[in-house]
Structure formats: structure tokens, C-alpha cells
Design a protein around this ligand. Sequence first.
Ligand code: ZN
Length: 54
Amino acid sequence: MKCNFCNTDIRKGTGLMYVARNGKTFVYCSSRCYKYDRVYKRKINKKLLNERSK
Ligand SMILES: [Zn+2]
């Protein structure tokens, strides 16, 4: 498995898994990558919303 954010190989038993509402699973090598990925995606969503409202 590879980290969803930094693409680093994750050993079995390490890292963390996040399951989205739509059933998709995301794996991260560390809580740092998890945080960054979530924050980054939130920013993208905000940008898309702003563009749509124009
Ligand atoms: Zn990572």
C-alpha cells in the first residue's frame, strides 16, 4: 500500500486509514500526511465552490 499523500510505501500494520462517506478508503503513512491531505482537499473544494458561485 502507498500513502495517499506522499506516495511512500506503507508497511503492514503501520500508517492510518481513512474511510470517506462515499466508501472510498485512503491510507496515509502518518497523521501528518493525513492532515495535509485533508487540509489540501478542503482548500480545493473551497476554490471550486468560489469558481462556481461566480
Ligand atoms: Zn505519507
